[in-house]
Design a binder for this molecule. Sequence first.
Ligand code: ARG
Length: 679
Amino acid sequence: MADIVEEYTRKADAAELEIINLMIEVENLKNKVHNSSSGDGDVLKALKSKNDRLKYRLEILKRAVDSEENCSSKRKQVDVSDCPLEKDSRNMQSIQEILTEVFGVAVSQSYPDVNDVPVLVLPSTKFGDYQFNSAMLISQALAAKGVKVPPRLVASSVVEKLPQVPLIEKAEVAGAGFVNVRISRQYGRSILEDVLLRGVQPPRVHQRLRVVVDFSSPNIAKEMHVGHLRSTIIGESISRLLEFLGHDVVRINHVGDWGTQFGMLIAHLQDKFPDYLHVSPPIADLQALYKESKQRFDEDEKFKKRAYSCVVKLQNHESDYIKAWQLICDVSRKEFQKVYDRLGIRLVERGESFYQERMEALVPRLKAGGFLEEDDGRWVMWGEDGGRGVPLTVVKSDGGFTYDTSDMACLEQRVSEEHADWIIYVTDAGQANHFTTLFQCARRCGILRDGVRVDHVGFGVVLGEDKKKFKTRSGETVRLVALLDEGVRRSKEKLLEKERDKVLSEDELRSAMESVAYGCIKYADLSHNRNHDYVFSFNKMLQDKGNTAVYLLYAYTRICSIARMAGLSGTQLRSALSEGRSQLSLEHEKEWKLGRCLLRFPEVLSRVVKDLGLHQLCDYLYEIATTFTEFYDSCYCIEKDSSGEIQKVNTGRILLCEVTALVMAKVFDILGLKPVPKM
Ligand code: ARG
């Protein structure tokens, strides 16, 4: 404790001294300007640059004071076992971002005339921890202005101007003009100890956004297939990620609950169950009902006509037709809910039907605005590149609306009523053109304003082990509930094979079984680049080696058990830390390697948010687990004698185990996996 106070006092003194020096320099420069008759341009420039530096140092001093205040307040509180999100909580900042900022300052100090060169700071494993890579670009930019400065010289000027920040231990010019940066272990330790005391905090986001995530979105009366399962898993994970970052997320289930297919379903329902208004029809098998009605629709002209008239009546909200429609939707809804319950998914259902009135109001506006063109009886709308690709069909030749119409009305609703800053659609890659055109058209007619971000998060097809579209043996689409059942059955088999039933209670076994089953299905999906097709294979996903959920869940329970084995509870560890009796150990090369890996958490999140590619988060989780193994293999946490009696507990290392478990648990949480304490 005394050490820490001393350290901070020293830092604050040094920063203050520097600021005073800078102020004196600024004063001198001001006098110079004042005295020089011509208003010396160079002096002005120097003055401005000193001023910038002064501001920057002030900012750093402020941060140091903040963090000192945080540190001393956290050291007073002992039991923070559930780590509530405090208003003043310190964010876990991305080191890469801090370095980019700091190098940015140094670059503008050294070369104030070079503006457009990106400041590149990348993590590096070979030399140093991070590397600054912009010297070549700056040298080129200078050359373009007729100034010749070799990259190496650029690099050393930048290093010279590098503000002193506690994060950087050493910055060295290397090779043709790289700057290798070593980050300070002391700084790393303070961040990781903070995680132990306060839980894993998200990195600071610049603005809290309202985000609509449209995912899952199956179609009523048709089955929810593996494509919808992918959308559900990916959409849920994106929502969790954005929520963790502090955004305001609305999960929307845009179910296909409207359209002409309801005409034939209702007409068929009326024939098959004439008293459906009084007695609930037994239509558990909606797909059969769908197939039968489709067949009649295709073969029987009279039925077809009736089906069309049913659509009109439904859209006019005639009560008997609404009742029939609700009956049908309820059956599907119950089926969908079974899948959501098992996977722990909550969604707000807002299907296509919700937009009927909005479509009716929107279409005349689009017509009046001159955005629609007549095409063979239909009304279509072209995107920006008008005339190429496929336009949206806004009104069909029979006057009805389409998927396109409802998506346009829906987009408008999300922008103007939901006040969304960001809208994310998670569907198969096959709908990419639909969304590209939709976004273009929405921009054209002003529904989509600048400043609202829209993303279509596409994904590839799910394949069977035969590399063909995923089907059952008999060629049918796989029912999701059956798939989840099989997952549970197989994971049970696996656990029994390992004789876990002898160690675990019945409850523990069941939790482990479900955690593994649903975890492995989710993880297999998320760990692949979503743009690629992926092969669904229980055999592969249930392997306990490699980048699989099973391996990671085991690794996690093992890490959690280390502190248990040492007889130390989370609370004991935290008070040892907050009272200054122990500190997290980062001296050994492998400890520091693991520490640096954990410190990269915020920058991994930033990367994932950029392209919504969750596989990068999975890769990171796997990297934590393997780096942990490296550490554990070479660093004793608990020393035992030959009889197995504990001789020595290395608390500093147990703290490192704990922080690893905390970061892993947070990643599991974002991915929607539920680790169990025992497996
Ligand atoms: N129901 C559609 C399907 O099954 C997905 C809907 C996606 N969301 C949207 N707003 N278009 O393909």
